[in-house]
Design a protein around this ligand. Structure first.
Ligand SMILES: [Zn+2]
Length: 308
């Protein structure tokens, strides 16, 4: 009798454990390289997904520090989401190799490149990594343009549906609901950003071009010589001359770049210094993709409309 009770309990326990495990396993494990994509995946996947981001948002996307825990996360992942266009070249290929998970390798079904619907700008005619080219496929910083953010969200929904066709209807309706929210925000930003039209900016790294295009600004140069190439005194002197000539009066320092040089250039030319995050999570206010774009539009507006 005792024995029988024991075995009944054992079976019940085993069943409840396996039941528990099934629930946990049913969640699709998504790992995104950056919080922008993680936020979109949470919106599109809803209860079906468990989402982690490798970067927290304060990093340089071209140099996210690697941790062993990222390989563990990727080893268990069903899906990896990336900005693409080689933006994650400095860390993702090595992490994917360490993760030993064929599902999410470049040609695997779980590898979702969110740039598939993007037409990149600044595609080089000649690629030369030896010269330090870190934008070999064109400019990868399209996440700063919310209309391109739309395209990334679509790529995520399509990629999830390809992997889990049984949930395609849910992904589609969640995507539609998210795009309604994002489109409303885009309409508001385009209206609010009217004072930005025609304004010229210089940024530290060439990552403001899509934002500038979207809101009618002009990206007129960078403190870096080009993507990933540190400035020289000669380059800075030329840049300052050109800024004075072309009346460039905004210097953007992306928050992961050093403050000193951007401040110096702004002071030397009488331009206003604007400090912006390059990803969701880059400032405490940018808790999700919409609040990230919101922060950038408002901060730029504040700079252009005067005040301190
Ligand atoms: Zn870049």
């Amino acid at each position: 009798m005792k024995r029988r009770l024991f075995s009944v309990l054992t079976v019940a326990l085993a069943l409840s454990l396996s039941g528990y495990r099934t629930v946990a396993e049913e969640k699709i494990k998504v790992v995104a390289t950056i919080p922008d994509l993680a936020d979109m995946a949470r919106n599109i996947g809803g209860d079906l997904v468990d989402v982690h981001s490798i970067a927290t948002g304060v990093e340089d996307i071209h140099a996210v520090p690697m941790k062993p825990s990222f390989a563990v996360l990727l080893n268990r992942a069903d899906i990896v989401l990336l900005l693409g266009l080689e933006a994650e070249h400095a860390f993702l290929p090595a992490l994917l190799e360490a993760a030993r998970n064929p599902r999410i390798l470049r040609d695997g079904p779980g590898y979702i490149d969110c740039s598939v619907y993007i037409t990149p700008l600044e595609v080089p005619v000649r690629i030369d990594r030896a010269l330090g080219d870190i934008h070999p496929m064109g400019n990868p910083h399209y996440n700063l343009d919310p209309v391109m953010g739309r395209d990334a969200a679509r790529a995520i929904a399509d990629g999830l549906s390809r992997n889990y066709p049984e949930h395609a209807a849910t992904f589609k309706s969640n995507l539609d609901a998210y795009l309604v929210k994002l489109d409303a925000a885009i309409a508001r930003w385009e209206k609010e950003a009217a004072p930005l039209k025609g304004r010229k900016l210089v940024s530290y790294h060439p990552d403001m071009i899509y934002f500038a295009d979207r809101f009618g600004m002009e990206a007129a140069g960078t403190i870096e010589i080009r993507a990933g190439i540190d400035p020289t005194p000669g380059h800075i002197a030329d840049l300052e001359d050109r800024m004075r000539r072309e009346k460039v009066d905004i210097v953007v320092r992306e928050l992961h770049y050093p403050a000193g040089l951007a401040e110096t250039v702004a002071q030397a030319t009488g331009a206003k210094l604007v400090e912006l995050p390059a990803m969701t999570g880059g400032v405490p206010q940018a808790t999700d993709y919409i609040s990230f774009i919101d922060y950038n539009v408002r901060t730029m507006l504040k700079a252009v409309q005067g005040g301190a």
